[in-house]
Ligand binder design. Sequence first.
Ligand code: HEC
Ligand code: HEC
Length: 243
Amino acid sequence: MKLILAVSLAMVAAVAARAGPPASQAQGIEGRDYRWNMPAGEKLEALKLKGDRKRGEEAYGVCVGCHLQSGAGRPDGSFPQLAGQHTTVLLKQMADIRAGLRDNPTMYPFAATLTDPQELADVAAYIEQLCIPLEHGRYEGKDADRQVAIGRALYEKECRDCHGASGEGVKEKFYPVIAGQHYRYLLRQMTEIRDGRRRNANPDMVRIISKYSNDQLVAISAYQSSLVMPGSLCKARGPANRK
Ligand code: HEC
Ligand code: HEC
């Protein structure tokens, strides 16, 4: 009897696992053994592979509905811009989302359709060659100049060491580009990282950002979104800009 119960429970669990996102991993930022970027899993395998842009473009088909063919995401910040982001960051975030280390129930079912590390590398290779969209979501308040100035001062003090003088991040260290990302996406991520809700976040950053007020995060997001993402900008009315 016990055995039958155990077996059927295991089956239910297996079906559930296939249907939805994996259960949140126990490792959180408070977990003792947590390492935010373990050199393991499909991320590590994908990093070693050479991606194929053409195959990547096909696999990226499931991403287009949200992130758009151009990788621009949405200026309202609901979907981040992917064009211009470091491939290391793209791979880490995709792998973390697939593994349940970063909660993203909206994207999970689509991310789960990628078959193997080669396909992750292919998609990253496709995104890597996209041009930087000319427009993105910025802070739109009347006090934008003031917010940007406050945000810049805060950024220079504690964020620049990792995210770079111009918000360009560090590819080898998996530090994201934050310059020119959509304002509302930035604000949401910083809030979630501060509040411990983005569990794959770098613990040093969590420690630093935990003392920031909402107003300060608004100012920093205003500053970061006032910058232009590094890389080659799309040409006005070029084909990559149409969608
Ligand atoms: C149904 C909508 C949806 C689809 C389809 C989707 N995503 Fe996402 N994606 C999101 C959302 C929403 C976020 C941001 C989640 C958050 O705010 O934490 C995101 C975040 C990401 C990030 C993290 C970006 C960063 O700066 O950290 C990457 C990388 C990414 N998506 C890649 C992909 C790829 C590749 C595909 C296709 C295999 C895909 N997404 C399909 C909705 C989607
Ligand atoms: C010790 C290095 C470090 C410091 C200092 C740091 N960050 Fe980060 N930051 C990271 C890493 C690494 C990530 C990606 C985390 C992950 O793997 O999910 C990140 C993610 C982010 C993101 C989300 C980007 C995205 O595409 O989703 C934002 C926004 C951000 N940081 C802003 C800041 C701000 C503002 C500060 C200063 C208050 C700061 N960071 C300080 C390393 C750092």
